[in-house]
Ligand binder design. Structure first.
Ligand code: ADP
Ligand code: MG
Length: 769
C-alpha cells in the first residue's frame, strides 16, 4: 500500500524526530504532515528591507539588519568569563580581531574583572550562560544576546565578519538589543536573502518559490517550541519539506464551477503560497481562497443543520394572536416603533408555522425588547399555553416583573415572579399555579429551571441576556416541555453583533434585529476624565442632583481580584459619602456580596427616587431602568470592555433630560484602553462598538462564554475581520443548498465529500438553545 504523505507521522519529517514530534503534538496539536501544512503563518516578514541600526526603535516588530561583529562576551553564572572587547581606543575598529576564533586578551581590565583570558577552544561552554555580541553597521551599534546554542554561534560570529541578523528589538536595562536573532550569511549576489543550496533538490517544482521571494511566514509558536529548537527558521524548513511531500497528494475541495464563479485559486496553489508567497498578489489570492473555503464549509454545515432541524423539529402551532394580546396592545402607553412591529411579525410568523421557533432578538440597550417579550408571551397565552421569561439576575428578574406587570394589567393574565429568594409558602403557591395552568406568565431567574418546577403546558421560553445562561441551563429549560413538543424559544440580547456573524455564532437560530430606538431619546454625552478633574465632576454631580436628577457611580468587578475590587468599591463609597454627606444627599450602594434583600432595598430606593446616588459594581450592567438618572460615572473605566461600557452607558438617557456618561481613568493608559475610551466618546452606535470590540478581543470574548462558540474551529478566517468574506460565503452556501439541499448533484460532489469529514459533525444546537 502506498503511504500517504498527508497522513505521515510528523516525527518522520526531516529534522523532527520523536522528541520534537512530541512538542509539536502537545503545543500545536500537530500529528501529521497534513496537520503541519494546515498551520498557516499569522504574519509575514518582508526580508528584503534592511533597517539601519541607528533607526531601530524598541517598539518595532521583526526587523533585519546587516552588521559586522565587533566583539563577543561570554558570561557564566558568576559573571564574565571571556571577552574579546577591544580596548576603548579600538572602539569602532573591531575589525582588527584575529580570525582564528581565539579570544583576545581583553584590553579593558574593567570589563574582564581580572579574569584570565582563555583561548576559544579552552572555553568551557557548558558553564557559559549567556553571550553578548556587539555588532555595528556604520550607522550605529547594537547588542545581540544569546542564551542557547552559544558554542555554535560563538564559532560563527567571528569578529570582523558581516551577517544579516533578523529579530525583534527589545529593551534591557534601558538599552535596545535583540535576543536570539536569526543569523544569515550575506547573500553572495545581493539578491535573494535565502541561503544558497537550501531546497536545491526540489528546484523548479518545490514548495519554496524562486529567487524573488522576500516574504517569510511567521508561525504560531510557544516558549517550549523555541526551547525545543523549533525556531521560526526551523518551522519554515519543516513547512518546506512537508509541502514538497504533500503537494502531489492535495485534492481539490471546491468544484471547478465555484472556483471560476468566485475567482478562487486552486487549493494546491493556495497552500504553496500561504507558506511561501511568490509575491504579494499570490499571497492575497491564497489567503482569500483559504478563508473563503473555511467559511463556506462552516456555513454549509450550519445551514444543513438548520435545514434538518426545520424539517424535523415540529413546533407547537399557535395560530391565533388572541384576546390578551389585543387588550394589551390597545392599552399601550406609546405606539410601537417600526422595528418593534416588524420583529413581532417575524415572531408571530414563526409561532404559527408549526415549526419550533428558535429566534435571537438583538436590540441595543433601550430599544424596547421588554415590550416585544411581553407581546410574544401574550401570543402564547392567547393560544392556551404558558410562557416563562428568564433573567440572569435577581435584580433584573424583579425589574422585569415590575415593568411587565404594568404592561400586562390590561391583559388580565395571572403573572408571577419566582426567584431564589421567593419564600416557601409563596413558592408552593406558584408551583401549584404553574402546574394547574392558572399562572399564564412566569418571570424569574434560574429558579425557574429547578427540577421541582413543573408546567402544565409551557409553550414559550424567553431568555433575556442570553450570554449569562450556560448551555446546560438552556437544555434544562428545553426539557420543561410537557406536551411532547419543545417550547418556542426567544433569546434576547443587547449585544449587537453583525447579522451574518450572529447567524454564525448562534448556529441555527433565526435572527431578528430592533435597529431603531423609541423616539425622543436624547443622545448621551460621553466625557473622559482623570483624577485631576474629580472636584469638577463632583460639582457637576451636585448641580444635576440639585436639578432633581440621579447619578450612578459604577466600579469594576473583575473576579480574579475580587477582594481588591470590593476594597475599591468600599473606598469609593466612603469617598462619595464624604463628598456628598447626608443630609441633604442620599447615597445607596448595591453589590454582589449583599443579600438579595439588601440589594432589592437599595435598588428600590434608587428607582423610587429615595436616593440621589447609587454606588454599584457592574451588577447594574443590564436592564435596570431608572429614567430619572441622568449621569453615569464609570470609575476605572479602562478596566471595562467596550460592550460592557456601552451597556452601562445605556442605563442613562432613558428619560427626557439630557444625560451624561463620565469615564474616569488613570493618567496612563495602554494603547488599547485609550482606543476604547476614545471610541466610547465618539459613538453611541452599539453595532460600531461591537465590531470594534470584536476586532480587539475576538468574538469569543464578546460572547462572554466559550460554550456558544463555533461548531468548528477556524484556522485562517476571522469572524471579526473577514466579515465581507463571511457574507459572501453565507450567500454562496444558501444558493448552493437552495438548488441542491442534499448536495447529491455531481456538481457538488466535492462539497459533499468535504462536509462528510468528521470535523463537520456538529452538535445539534437547536437542542440547547
Ligand atoms: P431594552 O430591554 O431593549 O434595553 P426596554 O424594553 O427596557 O429596553 O425599553 C427601554 C425604555 O423604552 C422603557 O422605559 C420602555 O418603556 C420604553 N419604550 C419601549 N418601547 C417604546 C416605544 N415604542 N415608544 C416609547 N418608549 C418605549
Ligand atoms: Mg432589557
Amino acid at each position: 500500500m502506498e503511504r500517504s504523505a498527508l497522513e505521515s507521522d510528523i516525527q518522520y519529517l526531516p529534522g523532527v524526530g520523536p522528541k520534537r514530534a512530541e512538542l509539536l503534538r502537545k503545543e500545536l496539536g500537530i500529528n501529521t504532515f497534513g496537520d503541519l501544512i494546515r498551520l498557516y503563518p499569522f504574519r509575514y516578514i518582508d526580508r528584503s528591507s534592511i533597517v539601519p541600526v541607528r533607526e531601530i526603535r524598541p517598539d518595532m516588530a521583526f526587523i533585519q539588519i546587516r552588521a559586522r561583529v565587533i566583539a563577543r562576551e561570554l558570561y557564566g553564572a558568576t559573571g564574565l568569563v571571556s571577552s574579546d572587547v577591544p580596548g576603548s581606543a579600538a572602539g569602532s575598529t573591531g575589525i582588527g580581531m584575529t580570525d582564528d576564533g581565539r579570544v583576545h586578551e581583553a584590553c579593558s581590565g574593567d570589563a574582564v574583572k581580572g579574569k584570565k583570558p582563555e583561548s576559544g577552544n579552552e572555553i568551557r561552554f557548558n558553564t557559559v550562560k549567556r553571550m553578548r555580541v556587539t555588532v555595528e553597521d556604520g550607522s550605529g551599534r547594537i547588542e545581540l544576546v544569546f542564551f542557547k546554542g552559544i558554542k555554535w554561534m560563538y564559532g560563527k560570529l567571528e569578529p570582523g565578519r558581516e551577517f544579516i541578523f533578523f529579530g525583534k528589538p527589545t529593551v534591557f536595562n534601558g538599552l535596545v538589543n535583540m535576543v536570539h536573532p536569526e543569523v544569515d550569511n550575506l547573500p553572495e549576489d545581493g539578491g535573494s536573502r535565502m541561503e544558497k543550496g537550501r531546497g536545491a533538490e526540489t528546484e523548479g517544482k518545490g514548495a519554496r518559490q524562486d529567487a524573488g521571494l522576500t516574504m517569510t511566514g511567521v508561525y504560531p509558536s510557544t516558549e517550549k517550541l523555541k526551547n525545543g529548537g523549533i525556531t521560526g527558521r526551523v518551522m519554515n524548513r519543516m513547512q518546506e519539506h512537508a509541502l514538497n511531500a504533500c503537494l502531489p497528494e492535495i485534492e481539490e475541495t471546491l468544484p471547478v464551477w465555484l472556483m471560476k464563479e468566485k475567482g478562487l485559486v486552486p487549493l494546491a496553489f493556495a497552500l504553496k503560497n500561504i507558506h511561501f508567497p511568490k509575491d504579494a498578489q499570490s499571497l492575497e489570492r491564497a489567503k482569500y481562497r483559504l478563508k473563503f473555503e473555511e467559511l463556506l464549509f462552516l456555513q454549509l454545515s450550519l445551514l444543513k443543520q438548520k435545514y434538518i432541524h426545520s424539517r424535523d423539529a415540529h413546533g407547537i402551532l399557535m395560530p391565533r394572536v388572541g384576546e390578551a394580546f389585543n387588550r394589551c396592545y390597545d392599552a399601550l402607553p406609546f405606539p410601537l416603533t417600526g422595528a418593534q412591529k416588524r420583529v413581532i411579525t417575524e415572531i408571530r410568523n414563526d409561532m404559527k408555522s408549526g415549526h419550533q421557533m428558535n429566534r435571537l432578538l438583538q436590540g441595543d440597550v433601550g430599544s424596547g425588547k421588554t415590550m416585544v417579550a411581553v407581546l410574544t408571551a401574550l401570543i402564547a397565552v392567547g393560544n392556551g399555553y404558558q410562557a416563562c421569561i428568564m433573567a440572569p439576575t435577581e435584580v433584573l428578574a424583579q425589574q422585569h416583573f415590575k415593568n411587565i406587570s404594568r404592561y400586562l394589567e390590561p391583559a388580565g393574565v395571572r403573572t408571577a415572579l419566582l426567584t431564589g429568594s421567593s419564600r416557601t409558602a409563596e413558592r408552593r403557591e406558584i408551583h401549584a399555579g404553574l402546574e394547574d395552568g392558572s399562572i399564564g406568565i412566569i418571570v424569574g431567574t434560574h429558579a425557574l429551571i429547578e427540577d421541582d418546577v413543573l408546567f402544565r403546558n409551557l409553550g414559550l421560553a424567553i431568555v433575556d441576556e442570553q450570554h449569562r445562561f450556560g448551555v446546560e441551563q438552556r437544555a434544562k429549560l428545553w426539557r420543561k416541555s410537557t406536551c411532547g413538543m419543545p417550547p418556542h424559544v426567544l433569546v434576547m440580547t443587547a449585544t449587537p453583533i453583525p447579522r451574518t456573524l450572529a447567524m454564525t455564532l448562534y448556529g441555527d437560530l433565526d435572527v431578528s434585529v430592533i435597529d431603531e430606538l423609541p423616539p425622543g431619546r436624547k443622545p448621551v454625552q460621553t466625557i473622559h476624565a482623570t483624577e485631576s478633574r474629580r472636584a469638577g465632576l463632583y460639582r457637576f454631580m451636585r448641580d444635576q442632583i440639585a436639578a432633581g436628577r440621579q447619578v450612578f457611580v459604577v466600579y469594576p468587578l473583575i473576579f480574579e481580584s475580587e477582594k481588591m475590587d470590593y476594597k475599591n468599591l468600599e473606598n469609593g463609597y466612603e469617598q462619595i459619602v464624604k463628598a456628598f454627606p447626608f443630609p441633604p444627599y442620599r447615597t445607596a450602594i448595591v453589590h454582589g456580596k449583599q443579600s438579595n434583600e439588601d440589594k432589592k432595598f437599595n435598588m428600590d430606593a434608587f428607582a423610587a427616587g429615595r436616593a440621589d446616588i447609587l454606588v454599584a459594581t457592574s451588577v447594574i450592567e443590564v436592564g435596570v431602568d431608572v429614567p430619572n438618572a441622568s449621569v453615569m460615572v464609570i470609575e476605572s473605566a479602562e478596566r471595562f470592555g467596550l460592550s460592557q461600557l456601552h451597556q452601562l452607558r445605556g442605563r442613562v438617557g432613558r428619560g427626557s433630560e439630557k444625560s451624561y456618561c463620565v469615564l474616569m481613568t488613570g493618567q496612563k493608559l495602554s494603547k488599547e484602553s485609550k482606543h476604547r475610551i476614545q471610541l466610547m466618546c465618539s459613538t453611541e452606535n452599539g453595532f460600531e462598538l461591537a465590531e470594534e470590540d470584536m476586532k480587539m478581543r475576538g468574538p469569543g470574548d464578546l460572547e462572554g462564554t466559550q460554550q456558544s462558540g463555533l461548531p468548528i474551529s477556524l484556522n485562517i478566517a476571522s469572524l471579526a475581520r473577514d466579515g465581507l468574506i463571511l457574507n459572501e460565503a453565507r450567500g454562496c452556501a444558501e444558493e448552493i443548498l437552495a438548488g441542491d439541499p442534499g448536495l447529491t448533484g455531481e456538481n457538488n460532489r466535492l462539497l459533499a465529500k468535504e462536509l462528510g469529514k468528521d470535523k463537520y459533525n456538529i452538535r445539534d444546537y437547536s437542542k440547547i438553545s
